[in-house]
Design a protein around this ligand. Sequence first.
Ligand SMILES: Cc1ncc(C[n+]2csc(CCOP(=O)(O)OP(=O)(O)O)c2C)c(N)n1
Ligand SMILES: [Mg+2]
Length: 292
Amino acid sequence: MKVELKQLQTPVKNLWCPGCGDFGILTAIKRAVVELGIDIENVVFVMGIGCHGKMANYINANTFKVIHGRVLPVALGIKMANHKLTVIGHSGDGDAYGIGMGHFPHAIRRNLDMTLIVHDNMVYGLTTGQVAPTSQKGYVSKTTPYGNIENPINPIALAIASGATFVARVFPSHLAHTINVFKQAIQHRGFALVDVLQVCHTFNKVNDYNYYKKRTYILEETDYQPNDRVEAFRKALEWGDEGTPGNGIPVGIFYKEDQPTFEEQIPALRNGPLAQQPLENINIDMLAENFS
Ligand SMILES: Cc1ncc(C[n+]2csc(CCOP(=O)(O)OP(=O)(O)O)c2C)c(N)n1
Ligand SMILES: [Mg+2]
């Protein structure tokens, strides 16, 4: 069934802080799904633990809220069991790039056809403001009262270096652009990463709305072409103050390429999703004999 925007609403009371960047992400993903006209029965959202994970309660669709850091293994499992589903993961920066980091490059190199949207507020929001893997150097938090002395992870560069076939960053205040990138990520055949610059007014007073408004510029409004991995890597290293190409924070699609997906290469899945294959005529006697 194709879905209308209002059908995706839930009656659950929203507990995000006023002005939280998660509101923009929720709006954009709902609109992306509606505009793509995909059957909502065939979409599964997988959320991690964190403020972002509350999204599982705020969207009226199939949602699976997993333990902290395990969005990718569960999303991959869902996709393998029924590869006809559209699988969209929502992780936090701590969830995806901290505790869940071991899964990140491996999911990328497998290239399953799924989307991972990371709510990157550069802080542990739900646990009230500890330093995170993407927190910037010097960032003062409860756990770094004298300023963060570690360098932040660059998820865009990491994804490109890991062989990702779709890598993007968005800032949801550019709402139309964010919806458009989400749509392209979902439509991409392969693993798509969208890192979202998400403001957290409560615990990250540095990377706020004005910080990004001043610095971001849209790649699709420049002559940048997202088809060269080396150029994409160079672009991924850009993080400037002026909001201009070469000295700003680029948002948009850094890189995309067509590669066979993981599921396309598995002979057993050619007969249809595992979840729909008949179980009656499976004989495991020969297998059992091997172990007897
Ligand atoms: C295994 C495990 N370790 C630690 C926690 C505590 N914990 C809950 S959320 C969280 C971090 C959340 O940060 P992030 O993933 O960036 O999400 P945000 O709240 O910022 O959206 C932590 C450490 C947990 N729930 N489970
Ligand atoms: Mg976070």
